[in-house]
Design a protein around this ligand. Structure first.
Ligand SMILES: Nc1ncnc2c1ncn2[C@@H]1O[C@H](COP(=O)(O)OP(=O)(O)O)[C@@H](O)[C@H]1O
Ligand SMILES: [Mg+2]
Length: 312
């Protein structure tokens, strides 16, 4: 649905986006993850046709955005950062206006409105003035506006920003369910959001993509991934003494021990070795688990800007 090739955007001397390429397929929810100022919004504004790239090419469902902007943009729903709300209108009035702007009228506008209202849970406030509503509702109104024409592609810039935890949860569920039939690109700096809603994530730092993979792929790059955490009746020292395959250990709180296997050994093999060694040493094992890695460790190691230069 989207092919972005080598996108670059400069503002004077500032390189905001520096050669970003990615694709987005139907059925995918792609997360743009990155610290503030990384270039997420600028990339999204280029992909939605609001900002021309300095260089690079964007295809929307094989339509070149530069030469077929109207047809291409019809396929896209866009929730911008700090989405504007038209506070002097009622919810219904605003959404009807949005439907009209998308070329819908009469019965089809009515159907579109009904669908968006239902998806975004706006029924209770339909006839209320937008200025009288809470931030959460206003946000959902902007969301409803972005999906009013039932676009195949949805581009959402920090769609859960400023929402309370329940609302965040609702919006994530909505993204996830819509992602089954659409292609969705959304940006966030909240890591749990990526795990909760994305099929794939792209990590952006200083205008460049520094990682691209499923949340599981990314987590596996964590230094903790594959380490074993064990909780035992007695210290493991004697049991570990004769055990091969241990690269290093670190003591955690509550007497738990984290054990890192040597490169060549699988975590499962080390678990088997540990259990056998513990039994031999007369140590009871209360709990043993293989760490899957933490997204925030990976995020930090990829995006710490000032002190470390990390490029793939
Ligand atoms: N219109 C603009 N003029 C000048 N600089 C801009 C403009 N828009 C964005 N930038 C700069 O480009 C960089 C990327 O911004 P942005 O895409 O908004 O990042 P993000 O959405 O990841 O927080 C930032 O350094 C920002 O200050
Ligand atoms: Mg932004």
């Amino acid at each position: 649905m989207i092919q972005a090739r080598n996108l670059t955007k400069t503002f004077g001397p500032k390189v905001a986006v520096d050669g970003i390429s990615f694709t987005l397929e139907k059925g995918e929810v792609l997360g743009f993850l990155g610290p503030n100022g990384a270039g997420k919004s600028t990339t999204m504004r280029m992909v939605t046709g609001y900002l021309p790239p300095t260089s690079g090419e964007i295809l929307i469902s094989n339509l070149n955005l530069a030469t077929r902007p109207v047809a291409a943009r019809r396929l896209i729903g866009y929730l911008p950062e700090n989405a504007p709300s038209y506070s002097d209108m009622t919810v219904e009035g605003f959404l009807r206006f949005a439907a009209n702007m998308r070329g819908l009228s009469g019965e089809s506008a009515k159907r579109a409105l009904g669908r968006a209202v239902e998806l975004c849970f706006l029924q209770p406030v339909l006839h209320q003035g937008i200025e009288t509503l809470s931030k959460g509702y206003r946000h959902r109104i902007c969301f409803a506006q972005s999906i009013i024409h039932d676009p195949d592609i949805l581009i959402l810039d920090e769609p859960t920003d400023g929402l309370d935890p329940n609302q965040k949860h609702e919006v994530r569920s909505l993204i996830k369910s819509m992602g089954r039939t659409k292609a969705i690109l959304f940006s966030t700096h909240i890591l749990e959001e990526v795990e909760a809603a994305c099929t794939r994530a792209v990590v952006i730092d200083r205008g460049r993509i520094v990682a691209n993979g499923t949340p599981e792929d990314l987590k596996a790059r964590s230094p903790e991934a594959g380490a074993i955490t064990i909780s035992t009746s007695k210290p493991m020292d004697s049991a570990l003494a004769g055990l091969a395959g241990v690269r290093k250990t670190s003591q955690l709180e509550n007497g738990r021990l984290r054990i890192y296997p040597v490169e060549k050994l699988s975590s499962a093999e080390l678990v088997a070795g540990l259990l056998a060694a513990a039994q031999k040493a007369g140590v009871d094992v209360y709990d043993i688990r293989i760490e899957e890695g933490r997204l925030d460790d990976v995020f930090r190691s990829l995006t710490i800007s000032d002190t470390k230069e990390v490029r793939p």
